[in-house]
Design a protein around this ligand. Sequence first.
Ligand SMILES: Nc1ncnc2c1ncn2[C@@H]1O[C@H](COP(=O)(O)OP(=O)(O)OP(=O)(O)O)[C@@H](O)[C@H]1O
Ligand SMILES: Nc1ncnc2c1ncn2[C@@H]1O[C@H](COP(=O)(O)OP(=O)(O)OP(=O)(O)O)[C@@H](O)[C@H]1O
Ligand SMILES: [Mg+2]
Ligand SMILES: [Mg+2]
Lengths: 229, 229
Amino acid sequence: ALELCQVAKRFRVGDQLIEPLRGVDLAIHDRDYVSIIGPSGSGKSTLLHILGCLDQPDSGQVLIGGNDVSRIDDAALSAFRSRTLGFVFQKFHLLDRMSARRNVELPLDYNPGLERAARRDRAMACLAQVGLADRAEHRPLQLSGGQQQRVAIARALVNEPRILLLDEPTGNLDPATGAELMEFIDQLRREAGVAVVLVTHDMEMARRAERGYRLVDGRLEPVARTVRT
Amino acid sequence: ALELCQVAKRFRVGDQLIEPLRGVDLAIHDRDYVSIIGPSGSGKSTLLHILGCLDQPDSGQVLIGGNDVSRIDDAALSAFRSRTLGFVFQKFHLLDRMSARRNVELPLDYNPGLERAARRDRAMACLAQVGLADRAEHRPLQLSGGQQQRVAIARALVNEPRILLLDEPTGNLDPATGAELMEFIDQLRREAGVAVVLVTHDMEMARRAERGYRLVDGRLEPVARTVRT
Ligand SMILES: Nc1ncnc2c1ncn2[C@@H]1O[C@H](COP(=O)(O)OP(=O)(O)OP(=O)(O)O)[C@@H](O)[C@H]1O
Ligand SMILES: Nc1ncnc2c1ncn2[C@@H]1O[C@H](COP(=O)(O)OP(=O)(O)OP(=O)(O)O)[C@@H](O)[C@H]1O
Ligand SMILES: [Mg+2]
Ligand SMILES: [Mg+2]
């Protein structure tokens, strides 16, 4: 389980104090499907980065299997992240000098158990799953915005993570491609027990989650699920 | 009027030939409101860049007031772009080392008629219009994804353009903020006669345009407008 316990985060810019997170509680277990919505600037990306152990809270704890992350040494935390978590960033963070395939292979470079050919195969399989097998050798600047977004998604999947953290993964995708992607994510959950935390502005997608939250004034409020017909 | 006449564009990557545009015709007049939809990777951003004179077609023409753009010298074309067009990029292209306000002011630096204080005032007014007056001194990395997107929009407005070219301007915005933005764009059209070309994956937004197109196999197909009740 991955947990946030009364997590708070603030930023200071000049003499301005911004407090996007003011006491966030959240627990993620296997096969969970959580969506988080909220206004632009409310703190969703900040929350996801802390949940993904890429940023630290100013107060409160992040717990992995009950252990306080701040007591885990950097090497172990880094290993946990690369093996357990798949992160899709709102701004993708692809490396412009590498092909789509090399970008997707990158997390596997830290996986000593895989031969080079096997790494390539797995990266190609992930690209195929997001419909981009025929764009494998393109560099990010030779790809459309939505194609770059899908490469970022493929990269998050390549290490077969237990927990997928997705920061607005369909923002640059047409409805059909976005729906295909979410279908595929659903399948990962059913078949591999992957847990999914989805930050999104798409209300349709948010509703498909099993648990929905809205980030309001730095705290998560549960969103009532509409009855499925 | 800004026109595309049988515009074609192709890219070569290795031995692969990609032809996103294969004969695009489009005419934009004052106060027009055109939306363009289509699958991820279909060629919408490519089309918008050519329309905005930021890229050149391989065949066909781009016409400004009936004049072939390829016969206009670089200086005149650059002046036309900065005075007439406002471009919001899918990936924002903000400068990370400058504050939001300096980013928005940037197009005004080429406007010799404005005093420094007046430039600052105008930039602040544009930031206020997208709800970011209180983030003026933040640098892009201190802003959320949707805030960066709004800074890009403010920058496109600062020179009071005649034609606004928007590449998925609401992809990182919650529905309420996105709606506010489109309301404001509508107002610009009504009050200032600004023409708007909107590339979007949001079907709701696309429907609000007066003319809708879908990019299919490198050509624009008109989308029938649903009857308003
Ligand atoms: N490094 C930083 N320094 C200062 N302020 C920051 C920093 N990062 C984020 N912020 C501020 O914290 C707030 C939350 O940012 P965050 O990126 O988490 O929002 P968000 O909910 O993801 O928004 P969006 O939906 O637009 O992506 C914003 O108001 C932003 O200006
Ligand atoms: N510089 C380039 N070199 C090679 N191919 C390119 C280049 N730029 C774009 N492409 C290809 O051209 C096609 C159209 O790209 P474009 O960015 O116009 O798509 P789009 O419709 O804007 O997609 P999205 O909705 O995902 O933003 C894509 O298949 C892309 O891979
Ligand atoms: Mg965000
Ligand atoms: Mg695009």
